[in-house]
Ligand binder design. Structure first.
Ligand code: GAP
Length: 426
């Protein structure tokens, strides 16, 4: 893990938030390469669940919502973790992480009584800071979908089974954040709420477990590092009938990437009760009316990005290589002149300009060609193009593959087609 963290900082994937002020615990900033990788992760998720399907549409709801939302959803009453403090060293623990509740695992000191700690961040709306102006930073994006269920179902003319997808920030005042970007207090979720006819929910639950598991494999996670784990009854969230986690084997152990839950009709029923609005779906054909059940595949954009990074990290004798799926790679093509002579830099810059319209590219003329290749291998750039003396005669370049390091000659005018073919074959 240290090696990945060090690479992330050295090459500009991820920095600590507010680092010049000593950092802010558990908050992270994505640098130039990190933002590209995370955007690609989110883009590929959106492509597979919205663009390529006919039964899911998107939404982008606000982070601040009516406080009644959180009463109805049960988050005000139930979204808490059990907390204890050490009276001696003042360290704080989640009680359910401890083996013994009467002794501090760090110093052996006495622990406080267990108390429930609500994980929602509160703030105030408007100039007066009183209870009536309290609003919450959303702890899940899901509720922005539930409260828009009727708007979306009627305006997009959707009929169960159908889903609504959303990518967005969520906030939780976690007691024990850590493991780099794995558990943070501000993070991004990629959630689907999939509305189905009651009774068909368990079938859809199985479908989504399989579908989402395959997505991680498709984009390069090694099968041995991925598993599905069914929740025990005592682990279930207050709204869930059944739930499974897709887990990744991080260097610190198996941990959740995504949860797939059967939320039944809990949320829509609660919102209907709290708001007084009818959230039934009326089927014009069968004349049936029902509150749909919901299957929720809920993934973390930060956790997926971290898993892709960790899984891709590889060390060979003379190079570090990030074997990212090319579709995820922050930079797709690097362009190099072999030397700074004979108009090679000008030619290479022209080629880069041509490619830049289609892909993220990088131009580099510094250091030996071997070192330039290594620098790109380390950040996962799948293709390297070199302009050499032959280019100046016949307008061909070498195209190098990151993983095999194989080089082939390609005519400049055929480059875009060749790169597209390689990218689309994955
Ligand atoms: N709407 C359901 C829900 O929020 P969850 O299992 O609490 O379920 C879903 O969260 C996903 O959000 C997790 O699988 C994880 O990827 C991500 N996530 C949750 N808490 C996180 C945190 N503190 N830091 C980073 N990602 C987190």
């Amino acid at each position: 893990m240290e090696k990945v963290v060090s690479l992330c900082k050295r090459r500009g994937f991820i920095f600590q938030s507010s680092e010049i002020y000593g950092g802010l615990n558990s908050c992270w900033d994505y640098g130039p390469l990190g933002v590209e990788l995370k955007n690609n992760t989110k883009g590929l998720w959106w492509k597979s669940v919205v663009q390529e399907r006919e039964d899911i549409v998107g939404v982008d709801s606000s982070i601040l919502m009516h406080p009644d939302v959180w009463h109805a959803s049960g988050h005000i009453d139930n979204f808490s973790d059990p907390l204890v403090d050490c009276k001696e060293c003042k360290h704080r623990f989640r009680a359910d992480d401890l083996k013994e509740l009467n002794k501090c695992p760090d110093c052996g000191g006495e622990l406080t009584e267990l108390r429930q700690f609500n994980l929602m961040f509160k703030t105030f709306m408007g100039p007066v800071e009183d209870q009536s102006s309290t609003v919450y930073l959303r702890p899940e994006t899901a509720q922005g979908i539930f409260v828009n269920f009727k708007n979306i179902q009627t305006s997009a003319r959707m009929k169960p089974p159908f889903g609504i997808a959303q990518i967005g920030k969520a906030f939780r005042n976690e007691i024990t954040p850590g493991n780099f970007t794995f558990r943070t207090r501000e993070f991004e979720q990629m959630e689907i709420e999939f509305f189905v006819k009651p009774g068909s929910d368990l079938e859809w639950y199985e479908y989504w477990k399989e579908e989402r598991y395959r997505w991680y494999l498709k984009y390069g996670i090694k099968k041995d590092n991925l598993r599905i784990r069914e929740h025990d009854k005592n682990e279930l969230a207050h709204y869930a009938k059944v739930c499974s986690d897709i887990e990744y084997q991080f260097p610190f152990g198996w941990a959740e990437l995504e949860g797939i839950a059967d939320r039944t009709d809990f949320d829509l029923r609660q919102h209907s009760k709290q708001s007084g609005k009818d959230l039934n779906f009326f089927d014009e054909v069968t004349k049936e009316s029902y509150i749909p059940y919901v299957i929720e595949p809920s993934a973390g954009a930060d956790r997926s990005t971290l898993a892709f990074l960790v899984d891709a990290y590889d060390e060979e004798e003379d190079r570090i290589v990030l074997r990212l799926n090319p579709k995820l790679a922050p930079i797709k093509v690097a362009v190099f002149p072999l030397t700074k002579k004979d108009n090679m830099p000008e030619k290479a810059k022209d080629i880069e300009k041509m490619l830049k319209v289609y892909y993220n590219t990088f131009y580099d003329e510094k250091a030996s060609i071997g070192r330039r290749y290594r620098r790109q291998d380390e950040i996962g750039t799948p293709y390297g193009i070199t302009v050499d003396s032959i280019t100046m005669k016949d307008d061909t370049v070498t195209l190098r593959d990151r993983d095999t390091m194989e080089q082939v000659r390609v005519p400049v005018k055929g480059l875009i087609e060749e790169i597209n073919n390689r990218l689309n074959s994955l």
